[in-house]
Design a protein around this ligand. Structure first.
Ligand code: DX5
Ligand code: ZN
Length: 220
């Protein structure tokens, strides 16, 4: 994983054409994506149902990019080995889910993978502070998770990205700060100005006429 000051663009496969999964992954790779973001939803932690470890495993052979797996599921601790076997490079779990957060993060690390912690727009920064020393990535959700194509929640979330950045610098830590939801060629720069470096984008990249140009416009 690159350092936490480098901007990383991560197209979200949720917005791709799943019937053409192989070529959609190759398209993102060829367009200059840095990571591939994969949204796992269980219909309980969030309203929507997406895909599971088998889908992640189907993506794996088609790119050597980092697979950034975002688990929006109630019991992420029960599924870590399956996502590790599927080929995830970074696994992010939610602080609001029903598990021993610290133990789950440790299990991901012990499996040799990077670990991330996500928190929802309504969850205060204080809720993630106890775990910041044990993570590689902090995911500041910029929409209520569950669906692609929603609007970026600037007022609710950017103060938390700033707080995460200030805390990291103050404590000599090195976690990436990722934003996810409503990221496009404009909001990406707002997120960057507030301290985020990993930019997840579904609709604005997979829906773009020219993904290479759309990614270039996000680099800033
Ligand atoms: C939201 C997901 C996102 C989603 C982003 O629940 O976590 O990763 O794919 O989609 P856009 O970029 O369309 O807001
Ligand atoms: Zn996501």
């Amino acid at each position: 994983m690159s350092d936490c000051n480098t901007r990383i663009i991560a197209p979200s496969v949720l917005a791709s054409d799943w019937a053409q999964l192989k070529s959609e992954i190759e398209r993102a790779d060829a367009a200059g994506a840095d990571w591939i973001h994969l949204d796992v939803m269980d219909g309980i932690f969030v309203e929507n149902i997406s895909f599971g470890p088998k889908f992640v495993g189907a993506v794996r052979p088609h790119t050597s990019l980092t697979l950034d797996v975002h688990l929006m599921i109630t019991h992420p601790d029960n599924y870590i080995p399956q996502f590790v076997r599927a080929g995830a490079d970074c696994i992010t779990v939610h602080v609001e889910a029903d598990h021993d957060v610290s133990a789950t993060l440790k299990a991901i690390r012990d499996a040799g993978k990077k670990c991330g912690l996500a928190f929802n727009p309504a969850t205060p920064f204080d809720a993630v502070v106890p775990y910041l020393k044990q993570i590689d990535l902090l995911l500041v959700m910029t929409v209520v998770p569950g669906f692609g194509g929603q609007s970026f929640m600037e007022e609710e979330t950017m103060p938390k990205a700033q707080a995460a950045h200030a805390y990291r610098e103050e404590h000599g830590l090195s976690y990436h700060i990722e934003v996810d939801g409503g990221i496009d060629h404009e909001t990406v720069h707002i997120a960057g100005d507030n301290g985020a470096n990993v930019m997840v984008a579904g609709t604005s990249l997979y829906g773009a006429e020219d993904m290479t140009r759309a990614i270039t416009a996000m680099r800033g």
